[in-house]
Design a protein around this ligand. Structure first.
Ligand SMILES: O=C(O)CCC(=O)C(=O)O
Ligand SMILES: [Fe+2]
Length: 191
């Protein structure tokens, strides 16, 4: 299931958070190996969380940096907002922060279905900055592959709940949309 809370953060709170994260997060663009060749990822990222929440992502082992206090507070607010809306939630112990400097920066097709996340993970994504679409497509392509966009406004919260990873892949495709976007995808890693 997918659910979007459009007004999770007020525009002012979302803008203040975006400023803080752009300034204070240790953003990195590591190279990853794809079919035997190294490519610098077309975005920047930071993996943050509890020390035991280490994780394999796109072929590299990510050890989380300690929680930024503002991000730790946000994790609690995400859990509370999901519970309040009667949606599935979990005790998030880590978050992947993604920074896309402009519309050309992107993330390719994937599901967040790494074994560390358990059988049917709950992943919740906070979006800040430029409103861009996250594109979903069915993993099983036999009987006509369905696809759709979920637009993610500044300050919104997207829940990818039960079935979302097993049934769908998602990607942040390039678009002629100016300005930076930051997403925070909260997860529970079971070590
Ligand atoms: O930037 C986004 O909204 C998507 C990020 C994503 O899919 C991920 O972190 O796994
Ligand atoms: Fe993802």
């Amino acid at each position: 299931m997918l659910a979007r809370l459009d007004t999770f953060l007020s525009p002012a709170a979302a803008s203040a958070l975006l400023d803080t994260l752009l300034r204070e997060v240790a953003w990195e663009s590591p190279a990853i190996r794809v079919y035997g060749r190294d490519h610098v990822i077309p975005r920047a990222q930071c993996w943050m969380g509890d020390p035991e929440a280490s994780y394999r992502y796109s072929g590299s082992q990510l050890v989380p940096t300690p929680w930024h206090p503002t991000v730790a507070e946000l994790a609690t607010r995400v859990q509370q907002a999901l519970a309040h809306a009667g949606l599935p939630t979990t005790e998030f112990n880590s978050v992947l922060l993604n920074r896309y400097q402009d519309g050309q920066q992107r993330m390719g097709w994937h599901s967040d279905d790494e074994p560390e996340l358990g059988p049917d993970p709950v992943v919740a994504a906070v979006s800040l900055g430029a409103e861009r679409p996250l594109r979903f497509r069915e993993r099983h392509r036999d009987s006509g592959q369905r696809a759709f966009n979920v637009w993610l406004p500044h300050g919104s919260l997207l829940l990818m709940g039960p079935g979302a990873q097993s049934r769908w892949q998602h990607a942040l495709t390039p678009r002629a949309i100016p300005g930076p976007r930051v997403s925070l995808t909260f997860r529970r890693v079971c070590g």
